[in-house]
Design a protein around this ligand. Structure first.
Ligand code: MN
Length: 347
């Protein structure tokens, strides 16, 4: 039974998958020369495992039709902001990655045309093919009507603060659309202690790696070079809001000490960038203390609702968020006002 509420519930980190990208994942799993233990752990499970969880997610990701709409109706979700699931096309070599991105974007755009009041898309790109990524971002935003860019964290172990990705960042800033920095599994250079303990996935590995990535973007000076650029991160900000005080102190102290010659002073403390260039969704964290904490330290206008369908399709969790004892205006901003503004929705 879905509560009646006086706001639309707009879920902002919802995933899908195309048959062709899935086929590509299966081919990589069967290719012994493809050395990425995190990818093998994630897609070995969701692609091949016979457990009810793996099968439900596998089937739901591939559906952009009646099943997804029924799941949204059953949980009270009015609108989904949808993106190609992790790791997107970023595990493929550049030419194949860009071709798969174009096809996935076409399929998502077609679904958005079929259900204009229910779906909005994010454009998927291959950041390691920067010229084509920029072209595809322009096509996705200007022609297909998408409202954001999805990047599934690192690309084959490379991070967006590295110079080869500058054109992608500049294009997002020029197009005036946010980049959703979604997690994927830690790269081979980081994963061993996570994998040894079974903690490489969304349980903790995703958040550690994506929090690190977001922090590298900030400390690498990306927002001093692109002050209007906006990112979105999920999972209550991948724990960065909780770290904020210490990040400001220790980053400042490290820069002042000149401990690392490459670490240049920023125009502002780390916290400034989280409050001015980063939006946070609560995907996977339907928990008032964490949501309230993010609203308090980052800003009520910067925290957005997300379900993380189908990975965390738990209809009761929508009710937990409806029942939060926060001001009504803040709840409305969380579920509807902020998603409308950040994604420039015309629903
Ligand atoms: Mn997700």
């Amino acid at each position: 039974m879905v509560n009646k509420v006086n706001y639309l519930r707009i879920a902002t980190e919802e995933a899908f998958l195309t048959q062709d990208v899935l086929k590509g994942y299966m081919r990589l799993l069967d290719d012994a020369s493809f050395q990425d233990p995190g990818f093998r752990s994630l897609w070995g499970f969701y692609g091949k495992h016979q457990s009810p969880r793996a099968k439900f997610i596998h089937e739901s990701l591939l559906d952009l039709g009646a099943k997804r709409i029924a799941d949204m109706d059953a949980s009270g979700i009015d609108h989904q902001i949808i993106a190609l699931t992790a790791p997107g096309v970023q595990v493929f070599q550049p030419a194949e990655a860009s071709a798969l991105a174009v096809d996935a974007n076409d399929q998502l755009a077609e679904a958005c045309r079929r259900y204009p009041t229910r779906y909005t898309g994010m454009v998927c790109v291959a950041p390691h093919d920067p010229d084509n990524a920029v072209k595809e971002m322009e096509r996705g935003i200007k022609k297909l009507g998408f409202k954001a860019v999805i990047i599934n964290s690192h690309t084959l172990g490379h991070y967006l603060d590295e110079p080869q990705f500058e054109p992608v960042l500049a294009a997002a800033e020029a197009l005036n659309v946010p980049i959703y920095l979604h997690p994927q599994t830690p790269p081979p250079s980081m994963i061993k202690p996570f994998l040894d303990a079974g903690l490489d996935g969304a349980v903790f590995g995703f958040g550690s790696e994506t929090g690190l990535h977001m922090l590298r973007i900030i400390t690498g000076g990306v927002f001093d070079r692109h002050p209007k650029l906006q990112f979105i991160i999920g999972h209550a900000g991948e724990a960065l809001p909780f770290w904020l005080y210490r990040l400001d102190y220790m980053h400042g102290a490290t820069v002042r000490s000149q401990r690392y010659p490459f670490m240049k002073p920023l125009k502002h403390p780390v916290s400034h960038y989280l409050r001015n260039n980063v939006y946070i969704t609560n995907s996977g964290v339907a928990w008032q203390p964490a949501i309230e904490f993010c609203q308090k330290v980052i800003g009520v206008d910067r925290v957005l609702y997300a379900m993380d369908y189908p990975y965390q399709y738990v209809p009761e969790e929508v009710g937990f968020c409806d029942a939060m004892t926060i001001p009504d205006a803040d709840k409305k901003a969380f579920f509807e006002g902020n998603p409308r503004r950040v994604f420039k929705l015309d629903i």
